[in-house]
Design a protein around this ligand. Structure first.
Ligand SMILES: C[S@@+](CC[C@H](N)C(=O)[O-])C[C@H]1O[C@@H](n2cnc3c(N)ncnc32)[C@H](O)[C@@H]1O
Length: 343
């Protein structure tokens, strides 16, 4: 797609979700045949921790039945599968809605979760839909690595104000930003040095508002990479926070060969509405009891490390997965934002 000049966010929208977009054509997370690895694809422990969280929230909400969990950007359904396989206490009340924009992933995920977790797929308390359902609902809206895939606008500080990124024939072009984008950028980073580039997450903010409005009581829980403050983007080159991936490798220039690669942006969490509580993924997973969940593996490995058995090696692998999920230089540094609704 070389096409006409387009504002960057519109270009990304087409490049990811258009007719020949990256996700439309089947781009996905996953170790084998995937393009990138996410926390659910790293370990079943991630889903195990979310199952613990869901039980706590179900209790806090006085055990609603139905207890609706909406997972947005559910991809291959791995997180949903691991939550059901954890058999949480809320299972009998749990109704799970996978929301996935990519049709191929949505259909595959439904079939695979239903076949893995339920004897009768027809009776599975599970649906897979293209967009957020209609509320009001009582429950939890959650998403892992969704916001970074909601196309941002991008602006750059110049001597005369802010310019906005456009794409023209595979090249980047900067044009004076409209007043609303100028105002937003100035409010976010009033004294930005010349040359500062920033993402403006209008789509992500609108999406979070929709998620909040879906609930009468419950929580919105979002995991993603990014920074708490937009101002902190001004110290980083744009190529660091706006990235492309294909088949597990960084894939270079985002303006070319649209549809051939994922385009993703670190999230500036201060641009999201409301006042979420924000912690790192490492702290969040530990608070759900990740250490206790892996205690048996530590003991198993400790007892047999000198002459490892197959069971000890499996235990070692689980400990490695836990370390990857909580690594402060990697997945553990992701941010977890939680909004409380109705209490
Ligand atoms: C980076 S992947 C993450 C997949 C999965 N959550 C995981 O952690 O492995 C982002 C997913 O969000 C989906 N997506 C993007 N925008 C969406 C939207 N507005 N509603 C639902 N899904 C969306 C994409 O199609 C893609 O499958």
């Amino acid at each position: 797609m070389t096409g006409p000049m387009m504002r960057f966010d519109r270009f990304v929208e087409e490049a990811l979700y258009g007719l020949r977009g990256f996700y439309t054509q089947g781009g996905k997370a996953g170790v084998n045949a995937g393009d990138f690895i996410t926390s659910p694809e790293t370990s079943t422990l991630f889903g195990g921790c979310i199952a613990v969280y869901l039980d706590r929230i179900w209790q806090e909400l006085d055990r609603p039945d139905p207890f609706i969990v909406v997972e947005a950007g559910s991809g291959r359904g791995t997180l949903c599968r691991d939550i059901f396989l954890s058999v949480p206490q809320c299972s009998a009340a749990l109704r799970y809605v996978m929301v996935e924009r990519s049709e191929v992933q949505r259909l595959d995920a439904f079939d695979s979760v239903a076949a893995t977790c339920f004897l009768d797929a027809e009776e599975a308390p599970l649906t897979a839909v293209k967009d957020l359902p209609v509320g009001p609902l009582t429950g939890v809206v959650l998403a892992n690595e969704l916001l970074d895939n909601l196309p941002p606008r991008v602006v750059q500080k110049t001597a005369t104000g802010w310019s906005e990124l456009h794409v023209n024939g595979g090249l980047d072009e900067w044009h004076p930003a409209p007043q609303n984008a100028q105002n937003m950028a100035t409010l976010l980073v009033p004294n930005a040095p010349l040359g500062t580039c920033l993402p403006l997450h209008l789509k992500a903010a609108v999406w979070v508002n929709r998620a909040l409005n879906l609930l009468d009581r419950g929580r919105v829980l979002l995991f993603d990479y990014g920074l708490q403050q937009t101002a902190d983007f001004s110290e980083r080159p744009m190529g660091e926070w706006l990235r492309t991936y294909s088949q597990h490798h960084r894939a270079g220039n985002p303006y070319k060969e649209a549809g051939s690669r994922d385009i993703t942006c670190d999230v500036a969490f201060d641009q999201l509405p409301g006042f979420p509580q924000i912690v790192t993924q490492r702290d969040w997973l530990l608070a759900q009891g990740l250490r206790a969940m892996t205690e048996w593996a530590r003991e198993q490995w400790h007892d047999s490390a000198a002459a490892p058995t197959a069971k000890a090696l499996a235990a070692r692998a689980l400990l490695d997965e836990a370390a990857a999920l909580t690594d402060s230089e990697g997945l553990g540094a992701f941010l977890v934002a939680e909004w409380r609704v109705g209490d």
